[in-house]
Design a protein around this ligand. Structure first.
Ligand SMILES: [Zn+2]
Ligand SMILES: [Zn+2]
Length: 166
């Protein structure tokens, strides 16, 4: 995704762009739609250009409980400063990118890619109420119920009880 100095200098408010997934090359993630919707605002400040906005993408994920693939809409907040000042750059802060005065345009694709990857949740469930899979027969309990669920669980104490009662 290219940003031009001329448009940054002019500033913009909630500008919408569709970013093709193909152009991002995000490894290990599956998307439900071919594009990511990006909404961006730009203001010029004394440190440089301050960009704020939101990425919304549709990720295909597998539920941790029932393993079914589902679509997960994610809104990712982004904040980015493009600056010509070397002194503002730091190792820890990847939200500040160098944009020297002589450069007319800048590609922020890698920043968008990183933002998407970092936002990827560690635990994912298709819905909060997901019942998961039966641990005995493996059936998806959101779709069907099985007879295993009504059966009492086997515990190591069952044998013990048996021994005592005899
Ligand atoms: Zn589920
Ligand atoms: Zn079962």
């Amino acid at each position: 995704m290219q940003l031009f100095r001329s448009e940054l200098q002019f500033g913009f408010e909630k500008k919408c762009t569709l970013i093709p997934i193909k152009s991002l090359d995000v490894p290990n993630l599956k998307f439900g739609k071919p594009d990511i919707h990006c909404e961006l605002s730009c203001k010029q400040e004394n440190q440089g250009f301050k960009l704020t906005g939101n990425l919304s993408c549709n990720l295909l994920m597998n539920c941790d409980r029932c393993l079914t693939e589902f679509q997960n809409n994610q809104d990712i907040l982004i904040k980015l400063i493009l600056t010509s000042r070397n002194d503002l750059l730091s190792e820890e802060n990847d939200e500040i990118i160098l944009f020297p005065e002589e450069m007319k345009e800048i590609d922020i694709t890698h920043f968008i890619r990183d933002s998407i990857q970092l936002s990827n949740p560690i635990k994912t469930v298709c819905k909060i109420s997901c019942k998961g899979l039966c641990s005995i027969c493996g059936i998806n309990l959101n779709m069907k119920s099985c007879s295993c669920t009504s059966r009492t669980r086997y515990t190591p104490f069952d044998n013990l009880d048996h021994l005592i009662s005899n």
